[in-house]
Design a protein around this ligand. Structure first.
Ligand SMILES: Cc1cc2nc3c(=O)[nH]c(=O)nc-3n(C[C@H](O)[C@H](O)[C@H](O)COP(=O)(O)O)c2cc1C
Length: 261
């Protein structure tokens, strides 16, 4: 048990990889551990596209805010929320037809609730993969930008109506020494709330993010010549950034496609 807790307490995202591919036996274990993740109704409402084609990896890295490490990673997994497989199964098996014939149910298209569950399945499987990879000595990093440029991703991976990206992971053996210094986290008291949501305000938020702010100040990365706050940093660098605007546009398109085709 201690090993698992230690592993969780010391994991870091890894963004620089050795060139060698993941060993076959390890890849098999990584896949098995990923698939053992809990899944709603045991329906496996997700699929994983492994991108090996170098041209596709290059394109993917451009789509995802030009992060070169994607093209260089030996293993790239795009996790899809996938209801398409069940839509196909329901229709092709005759389940829809039989239920209509016997007046048991009329066909219902997948909605936002289905999407929500599919997303949960996909992301839970992804986190299993992160933990399993870490146990195998394989580094990993999520790529949030996979939800940008949906139209280009759809074309690149030949996505269907009920398959949309939930998250993405890149893996590889860490190049050089793993960073020992952990990234800061908020204290548990600022995250866990008892029995109802307690809206945090300025003083609580300053305390919650004090370590993050200190780290940024130490590395001279706060706005206004390093005199700004962490709120200034995230407001300017993330919240009002062009990539966030693109994520919101792209997500609207994918949700609309799921709902309306
Ligand atoms: C949903 C999500 C999206 C992320 N997207 C990116 C990304 O596009 N590029 C990147 O370098 N890191 C990305 N990360 C990694 C985070 O930056 C990282 O987890 C965070 O800074 C904490 O560092 P740690 O994982 O080393 O503890 C992402 C993480 C998550 C959970």
């Amino acid at each position: 048990m201690q090993d698992t807790i230690n592993l969780l307490l010391t994991r870091r995202s890894v963004r620089s990889f050795e060139e060698r591919p993941i060993e076959e036996e390890q890849l098999k274990l990584l896949k098995e551990a990923t698939l053992r993740a809990p899944t709603a109704g045991n329906m496996a409402l997700y699929s994983i596209v492994e991108v090996f084609d170098p041209m596709k990896k290059q394109k993917l890295s451009e789509i995802c805010d030009n992060q070169d490490m994607i093209a260089q990673a030996p293993l790239v997994w795009v996790f899809l929320a996938d209801m398409q497989k069940w839509v196909n199964y329901f229709h092709e098996s005759g389940a829809v037809e039989k239920a209509e014939r016997d007046n048991l149910a009329s066909y219902r298209k997948p909605g936002l609730g289905d999407l929500h569950l599919c997303m949960q399945d996909a992301i839970i499987a992804a986190q299993n993969a992160v933990v399993a990879a870490e146990a195998l000595g394989i580094g990993s990093c999520y790529i949030g930008d996979v939800i940008e440029n949906f139209e280009a991703l759809r074309e690149l991976l030949d996505l269907k109506q009920y398959t949309i990206p939930a998250c993405m992971l890149i893996f590889g053996y860490p190049k050089g020494k793993k960073p020992v210094k952990l990234t800061p986290r908020c204290p548990a008291t600022s995250i866990f709330m008892t029995d109802s949501y307690q809206q945090p305000h300025l003083e609580q938020l300053k305390t919650a993010f004090a370590q993050h702010e200190m780290q940024r100040r130490t590395t001279n990365s706060l706005p206004y010549d390093n005199t700004g706050t962490l709120a200034d940093y995230y407001y300017l660098r993330k919240h009002t950034s062009p990539f966030m605007e693109e994520m919101n546009r792209s997500t609207s398109v994918m949700f609309d496609w799921w709902c309306n085709g």
